[in-house]
Unconditional design. Structure first.
Length: 176
């Protein structure tokens, strides 16, 4: 839900850097259909997208992917790439419907670079200075308790910590 208006939206996030996000506002019914699929819920009666998925399966078809391909007059445009006995087809679809169907059949969703360039945005994560300070303090205290021998230990194991008594250091016990 968008914070100020309470309008449902989908946030698609780019896998690669800079991990831009694309907000797509959707209606409440489409948001509910997507939420049901994301939660893995089985409604008592099939929803429209469940029927579409079952219909594709019964006709030996499959959804290969969803592509958000454009932005026209402030409205996102998507295509369903489907394959069936008649070959490959691309179907015009609303992004919300295409995503709701793709979630049900395990198909990936893609967004064109042009759409991301035009409407995507990079989220700036706010830094929690208190959390950073606490981590730095914890790291410094760990460093203060380490000896050079601890740094030579197996990198996969936790540091051994300072020896109980300097005479028990392995180098001292073995002699020169």
């Amino acid at each position: 839900m968008e914070a100020t208006s309470g309008t449902p939206l989908i946030l698609l996030r780019e896998d690669d850097s800079p991990q831009r996000v694309l907000p797509i506002f959707v209606g409440p019914m489409e948001a509910a259909a997507i939420a049901v699929a994301l939660d893995g819920q089985a409604p008592p009666r099939p929803l429209t997208h469940d029927v579409m998925a079952e219909l594709l399966l019964s006709l030996d078809g499959r959804v290969d992917r969803v592509e958000v391909t454009g932005l026209r007059d402030g409205t996102f445009v998507a295509e369903l790439a489907v394959t069936g006995p008649g070959g490959e087809r691309r179907l015009d679809a609303r992004p919300s419907d295409a995503i709701a169907l793709a979630l049900r059949v395990g198909a990936p969703t893609f967004v064109s670079d042009e759409v991301l360039d035009q409407a995507g945005t990079a989220l700036i994560e706010e830094l929690d200075q208190e959390a950073i300070d606490a981590e730095v303090t914890e790291f410094r205290s760990l460093l203060e308790g380490l000896s050079p021998a601890d740094l030579a230990s197996d990198p996969g194991s936790p540091p051994a910590g300072p020896p109980a008594h300097p005479a028990t250091d392995e180098r001292d016990a073995e002699g020169p």
